[in-house]
Design a protein around this ligand. Structure first.
Ligand code: BGC
Length: 401
């Protein structure tokens, strides 16, 4: 049932009075009016967010049905996921005034996801998150060739990858969605039939947990992640430059001009890439530092650990300066790609009729390090038959006044 229908009558009265002041964005996909939640909301307050209409995600792509699945908890937090690329489409969390805010930047219908203009919005990324140099790697003396879909390099699993395939979806209750995808031996050039299972789980403590599991029938490489674009002030609310970010890393993996790691782990202290103490994302983003030039801003892998952890470890925190929404990221992965939306260019119309403006969203992709298959000093991304790839990451939401 739509949350707004549950509003007490008194609030509904305020809604009716202020209806004339609502702007044209106060219509959701189902054509229903949306409204601010609190009695003191001014006419300029943005409307309370809602989940896109399921019907706008029901389509047939490559002979398979796409749909939108909604997880919800007792705190009215809701996560909407489509099985097209296993994408996180919306995540509604309360801001400091209790207003539900959609912190995921992306589209509110399937069409723009399938018809280009895509920047991996919310997608599951596989088989390999981030870049593989020149689209080549070797295993046991055999060289494998992948698509070079990012200048000279391979990015995020190739031309189709996992972000543009239809996952099989199974939702048994309000808190859990299980997605599975079997990638054929040789798909996108990678060896082995890979069976992947990704579980999205929403807890009553406002945690969105993503569990990744996979097995292979041939030796292969694998690095799964999620490419959610966050704006903790709300999708379409402007840049993320005043968000406060903290990352639990002392080192990062510096890159060359094509964003391939040099192989070194370098100290962050004293550089504008250091987020050991919470700092505004925009405070140093335009500093004259070669790594920031190469990334056109932040687009770097932070070293959380030198190997995968057996348990979840705190990786990063982010505070939305306007909303007070506070996100804590924890992961078993050794790396975290912090990407400050430098390639967003206002070309895509996103939710609520807004544009995906430059640096209006950030990603924190939990992962193994980029180009690990070609970097003997990095933690291994090899998966052997008989082994099970298993890793988890959690995004937890609360507010700070
Ligand atoms: C990469 C960026 C890339 C972006 C695409 C990030 O994970 O690090 O370089 O442009 O994904 O959305």
């Amino acid at each position: 049932m739509n949350l707004r229908l549950k509003l007490p009558l008194s609030i509904l009265g305020v809604f009716l009075l202020s209806l004339s002041a609502c702007n044209k964005n106060s219509q959701n996909q189902a054509g229903e009016s949306t409204t601010a939640q609190t009695a003191d909301s001014s006419a300029t307050a943005s409307p309370e967010a809602s989940i896109p209409a399921k019907a706008d995600f029901q389509s047939t792509v490559a002979g398979k049905q796409t749909d939108l699945y909604v997880l919800k908890n007792k705190n009215q937090v809701q996560a909407a996921i489509t099985n097209y690329g296993g994408r996180l489409v919306s995540l509604l969390v309360p801001d400091k005034s209790g207003k539900l805010t959609d912190v995921i930047v992306g589209f509110d219908q399937i069409k723009p996801f399938t018809e280009g203009g895509d920047t991996y919005f919310g997608a599951l990324i596989g088989r390999y998150g981030n870049r593989i140099a020149k689209g080549k790697f070797s295993l046991d003396g055999k060289t494998y060739t992948l698509a070079t879909n990012d200048g000279p390099n391979h990015l995020h699993g190739g031309k189709v990858g996992y972000s543009r395939v239809i996952w099989d979806a199974k939702q048994n209750n309000d808190s859990t969605l299980v997605l599975t995808y079997v990638s054929k031996d040789g798909e996108e050039g990678y060896p082995g039939t890979l069976t992947a299972k990704v579980t999205y789980r929403l807890s009553s403590a406002n945690e969105l947990r993503i569990d990744y599991e996979a097995t292979t029938d041939k030796k292969t490489v694998l690095n799964l992640t999620n490419h959610a674009y966050f704006n903790l002030n709300g999708a379409g609310s402007g840049t993320i430059l005043d968000h406060q970010l903290q990352i639990n890393a002392d080192r990062f993996t510096p890159v060359d001009s094509t964003l391939i790691p040099t192989g070194k782990l370098e100290a962050l202290a004293g550089t504008p890439l250091d987020f050991k103490n919470a700092t505004a994302i925009g405070a140093r983003i335009n500093d004259a530092h070669q790594q920031l030039k190469f990334g056109k801003g932040y687009d770097h892998n932070y070293v959380l650990a030198t190997q995968k952890s057996a348990t979840l470890k705190p990786a990063a925190t982010v505070l939305g300066d306007k909303s007070g929404i506070y996100m804590e990221v924890s992961t078993q992965e050794p790396g975290l790609q912090f990407y400050s939306g430098n390639f967003l260019a206002g070309k895509n119309q996103i939710k609520g009729g807004k544009q995906d403006e430059y640096r209006s969203a950030f990603c924190l992709e939990t992962q193994h390090f980029p180009d690990s298959p070609n970097q003997p000093n990095f933690p291994s991304t090899v998966l052997n038959p008989g082994q099970t790839y298993k890793t988890a990451s959690v995004y937890k939401f609360s507010v700070k006044q």
